[in-house]
Every structure is written in structure tokens, then in C-alpha cells.
Design a protein around this ligand. Structure first.
Ligand SMILES: *[C@@H]1O[C@H](CO)[C@@H](O)[C@H](O)[C@H]1NC(C)=O
Ligand SMILES: *[C@@H]1O[C@H](CO)[C@@H](O)[C@H](O)[C@H]1NC(C)=O
Ligand SMILES: *[C@@H]1O[C@H](CO)[C@@H](O)[C@H](O)[C@H]1NC(C)=O
Ligand SMILES: *[C@@H]1O[C@H](CO)[C@@H](O)[C@H](O)[C@H]1NC(C)=O
Length: 505
């Protein structure tokens, strides 16, 4: 009896604390960060943008890498779908990075990591939806597939993973993402009802199996056992999701410039150079060869899967246990620290941001166009025919420029299965305004969330927006004028066409 009373007390107090902490967070009385709470101890030596709530680069490259792995055994948190009372959710546009994958490079003279890319709910990490997901994918022939997508495998299925193949971890990460957003948007806000029409769902991916499979896992978490016949999956040919607006000479020149900066920054780091020499020596290969094999890519896979770092496979048993024949956590930490330093240097140099504005514009333009159309048709029947939920399944090289262009560089390099979300909200009807209802955009708002964290007021287009009780969210108009024009300010241009064809110094 006593235990029971105490249990109830604990529940009640817990609920009170949760409500309290939510309202404090909501009113921004205390800065919270549900995603970064666990890693909030480390203080950065250098804060470039003190406004950003997102964790600045951690001085501990190993802890930082744990974040990057995005272990699916941790519970998913996030502020998606949270709004003041009386606001109505109109649309959600999501971009994801694919989940955990097998390396794209291999380290010479070492064994490749032993990872099984077949799926089974008997192996960890698993998910309650995994078994039904596997069964559902077998029926994928009923879906509509753009271009080459129909011939890609819809599930990873090699007992020894192939290059770049999505792993079971990657599948589970996206089942979790989809399930999390289902709670936030479908259960709580009825964004899509059971009879959703094919036009209400927009799904696009690049032609790589890991993005296609990540998108399908996400979708299955979001709409379990979705009706295949209502699904069309579109292909984006460019990793920038630039559709028919990919031609942009200035963008490529900014990228070249930033890569030269990156090269100078890397070669100036003597600790890094010594580390590559030591690693190459341990494996008995030329330093140049090792560097070209981008060893950090394979080491990340070992790290995220808790596998021992590789040793030179040419050693005979009698040669072991020579420690220098193996790659070590110290080697890895030096490379990772340099990568974090490079992120800071890149932000300070500002060249990448110019590249990013041009790289991200076509996707942002399509997103803005869609949101504007949905906002304008919000009180008409036509709303039923709009893509109220859009999913773009993409890569780190898609998401990194998008974050940079939005002014969210502090959010860091996109981890596996990262998610970037744009939410469109309709404010409560104001009595005096009721004659104009449905017209104009003055009562429509946008939220931007990255990995569940609300970064709306860190974005370049809403950083200066003053919060007052009448308008607690960011007006959609801010986003629209940013995408149409203001984002080009940093490159002294007023349009994409002009910016793409101007000279780059
Ligand atoms: C989650 O998995 C990772 C990697 O397998 C492990 O290091 C970590 O301790 C696990 N965390 C929990 C809370 O189980
Ligand atoms: C995976 O491959 C095995 C062997 O090729 C095959 O028997 C099995 O049906 C495949 N499973 C799926 C889900 O494609
Ligand atoms: C941006 O979207 C508009 C439609 O709203 C379209 O007319 C225009 O061509 C797009 N611009 C670019 C550069 O994609
Ligand atoms: C934009 O114009 C200013 C002033 O003329 C100049 O200092 C700056 O370098 C220009 N920026 C770019 C990216 O061209």
C-alpha cells in the first residue's frame, strides 16, 4: 500500500516537473536541449556564435564521435509537433541523412570490418517494427518507382556488407525516426489520416540503395504497413537535390576555394601528419597510399560497431603482439580532432557558407514554394491535394550545406540518420480578422528542428525575430523572403541566377 502511494507520488511529481520544464523551455526561460543534454558537460574553447543552443564542437573528439554514431539503443527525444495551444499543423517537410552504413573506403593491408548486412529481429539492435518492415518490403513491386529506383534492392541483404551498404543499425535508426514523428504528427496532430491521398505524400531519394532503404524504413516507422499502391518514390539525380536547377558555375568555384582552404588547414597540422606517418608505418604501406584510402571512414565504422581497430594483416602470429602493428584510438582521436578544427576554420573562413547558399537554394526554393502553396490553400478543399508530408532521403553532402545556408553551422556535421524538419503552423483565428481568414500569410508560421532540437530562432531568417506573446512562432514570410532573396546577401546577389553566374574572386 505504502509502496503504491509512493509510486503514485513519484508519477505525479514527475508529471509536474515535465509540464513545468516544458513550459519553461517553451517560453525560453531556460535554455534546454533535449538532444544535447547528455553531452552538455564539455565547454568549448571557442564559441563562434554564442546565440546557438546547439553544442559547440566538443573538445573531446571521442565523445563527439559517439554522438555521430547515433546508437539506436538510446530513446528518441525531440520537440517535433510542439506548439502553443490552438495552433494547427498544416505541413511537415523532412530531410534525413541515411543511417549507419558500411565504409566506402578500405584501409590497405587490413581486414575489412566483419558486419552482417542481412536483417533479422534476432540480432541487436532491433526494433518492434523490424520484422513487419522486412515482410512489407517484399511487396514493394506494387509501389511506383521513378527512373532507376525500381531496380534497387529495397532491403540490405548481404551476409558480408558491401561497400556503402546500409546496416541493420541504419535501418533501426530510421524506423525509430519515423516512429517518433508518427507520435508527434499523426497521433497528436492527425497530419495524415488513414485515407491519405497519394498527392499528400511526397518521397524523394538519390539513386543509392542506402538512401532508398533509409527512406523506406523511415516511412514504415511513420506509416506502418502503408499502402504501396498509393506510394510514388521520386529520384533526385544530384546529391544536392537541385532538380532541374543544378547548373551553377559559381557554386563549384566556391567549393574549389574551400577545398584549397581545407588542404592548407590539414597540411599545416603537424600532429596529423605525424599520425598518418605512424599509421602507415604500422601497416607497412606508403603514407600517401594510406591517406588516399581515407582511413577515418573505415575507422568510424569500427568505432560505431565497437569493433577492435584493424591491424596489419600481413603480420604472422609470431610477430604479434607488436602494438605498433595496429591502428589505435589515439590515431583516430587525432584525425577526429582535426576534423572538428576544420569545421571551425571553415566557419570562420566563410567560403563554404557561400557554396552552401548556392548548393541549398534549389531544395529550399522547392520547400518554400510548397509551404507557401499549402499556406494559401489552407482553408480550401484544395488543401487535400497538397504534399502535406514530404520526405527527402539524402546524404551528409546534402544536409551539411543546407544547415550552413540556414545559418545553423553550429549544429555540427550531420550524424547518421540525422533529421532536419520544417513544420508549417496556422495560428489561432483572430476574431476581427475572420473576414480575411484563409487569405494572406500573416497567420502562418514555421518551425525548424534538427535532431529534435528547436533551432527556429537560431536560423538566419528568424534570429532577429522578437518573441512576443502575440506571435510566439516565426512567421512563414521570414522564411519566404530569405529563400527568394535575402539568402543571397552574403554573396552580394539578389537571385540564384545572378549569384550562379557572377564572377568569384
Ligand atoms: C548503446 O550501444 C552502444 C554501442 O553498442 C554502447 O556503447 C552503449 O553503452 C549502449 N548504451 C546503452 C544505454 O545501452
Ligand atoms: C536475401 O538473400 C537471400 C539469399 O540470396 C534470399 O534467400 C532472401 O530471400 C533475401 N531476402 C530478402 C528479404 O530479399
Ligand atoms: C523557385 O521556385 C519558383 C516557383 O515558386 C520557380 O518559378 C523558380 O524557377 C525557382 N527557382 C529556382 C532557382 O529553382
Ligand atoms: C560583397 O561586397 C562587399 C563590398 O563591396 C565586399 O567587401 C565583399 O567581399 C563582397 N562579397 C562577396 C562574396 O563577393
Amino acid at each position: 500500500m505504502l509502496a503504491r502511494t509512493r509510486f503514485i507520488m513519484v508519477v505525479v511529481v514527475g508529471a509536474l516537473l515535465a509540464v513545468l520544464s516544458f513550459s519553461l523551455q517553451y517560453l525560453h526561460l531556460i535554455p534546454t536541449n533535449p538532444v544535447a543534454d547528455q553531452r552538455s558537460q564539455g565547454k568549448s574553447r571557442k564559441r563562434v556564435n554564442p546565440v546557438l543552443h546547439t553544442e559547440p564542437p566538443s573538445p573531446d573528439p571521442i565523445r563527439d564521435t559517439h554522438q555521430y554514431c547515433n546508437y539506436p539503443n538510446l530513446t528518441e527525444h525531440g520537440w517535433e509537433g510542439h506548439s502553443p495551444a490552438d495552433y494547427k499543423l498544416l505541413s511537415v517537410q523532412v530531410m534525413i541523412r541515411h543511417g549507419d552504413r558500411y565504409p566506402l573506403y578500405s584501409i590497405p593491408k587490413t581486414k575489412r570490418p566483419a558486419i552482417d548486412c542481412t536483417l533479422t529481429d534476432k540480432r541487436k539492435p532491433s526494433h518492434p517494427l523490424l520484422a513487419s518492415f522486412i515482410n512489407h518490403m517484399a511487396l514493394g513491386g506494387r509501389g511506383h518507382w521513378d527512373a532507376s529506383l525500381g531496380s534497387l534492392p529495397r532491403l540490405p541483404n548481404h551476409s558480408s556488407c558491401e561497400t556503402g551498404e546500409l546496416t541493420q543499425t541504419g535501418v533501426v535508426q530510421h524506423l525509430k525516426n519515423g516512429d517518433h514523428l508518427r507520435q508527434a504528427y499523426i497521433k497528436r496532430h492527425n497530419l495524415l489520416t488513414d485515407d491519405w491521398s497519394p498527392r499528400q505524400l511526397w518521397v524523394e531519394t538519390t539513386g543509392k540503395s542506402r538512401t532508398l532503404q533509409s527512406g523506406l524504413a523511415f516511412l514504415f516507422g511513420f506509416l506502418p504497413n502503408f499502402d504501396w499502391s498509393r506510394l510514388t518514390v521520386r529520384q533526385q539525380w544530384s546529391t544536392l537535390f537541385c532538380g532541374s536547377s543544378c547548373e551553377c558555375p559559381a557554386r563549384n568555384r566556391y567549393l574549389d576555394q574551400d577545398q584549397r582552404r581545407q588542404y592548407r588547414h590539414r597540411t599545416a597540422n603537424t600532429e596529423l601528419e605525424h599520425t598518418y606517418v605512424a599509421m602507415a608505418k604500422a601497416l607497412g604501406v606508403a603514407t600517401k597510399t594510406l591517406r588516399a584510402a581515407n582511413p577515418v571512414d573505415a575507422l568510424l565504422c569500427h568505432f560505431c560497431h565497437s569493433l577492435a581497430f584493424p591491424c596489419s594483416s600481413t603480420r604472422t602470429l609470431s610477430d604479434t603482439p607488436a602494438e605498433e602493428a595496429c591502428l589505435t584510438l589515439q590515431h583516430f582521436a587525432v584525425i577526429r580532432r582535426q576534423q572538428k578544427d576544420d569545421e571551425l576554420d571553415r566557419r570562420e573562413a566563410g567560403i563554404y557558407r557561400r557554396y552552401a547558399v548556392l548548393a541549398a537554394h534549389p531544395y529550399l526554393n522547392r520547400t518554400a514554394t510548397r509551404l507557401e502553396r499549402i499556406a494559401k490553400s489552407r482553408q480550401t478543399r484544395r488543401g487535400k491535394e497538397e504534399a502535406v508530408f514530404a520526405l527527402a532521403s539524402a546524404h551528409d553532402v546534402t544536409m551539411a550545406p543546407l544547415l550552413s545556408a540556414l545559418g545553423l553551422e553550429g549544429a555540427g556535421f550531420p550524424r547518421f540518420a540525422a533529421r532536419l524538419v520544417f513544420e508549417l503552423w496556422n495560428g489561432p483565428e483572430v476574431k476581427e480578422n475572420s473576414r480575411k481568414k484563409g487569405k494572406g500569410l500573416d497567420n502562418v508560421f514555421i518551425r525548424v528542428l534538427y535532431n529534435g532540437e528547436d533551432l527556429t530562432f537560431d536560423t538566419a531568417f528568424c534570429r532577429d525575430h522578437r518573441r512576443d506573446s502575440a506571435q510566439p512562432l516565426c512567421p512563414l514570410g521570414n522564411f519566404l523572403s530569405f529563400v527568394k532573396r535575402d539568402m543571397f546577401n552574403i554573396i552580394n546577389a539578389t537571385s540564384y541566377q545572378q549569384a550562379c553566374h557572377q564572377n568569384v574572386l
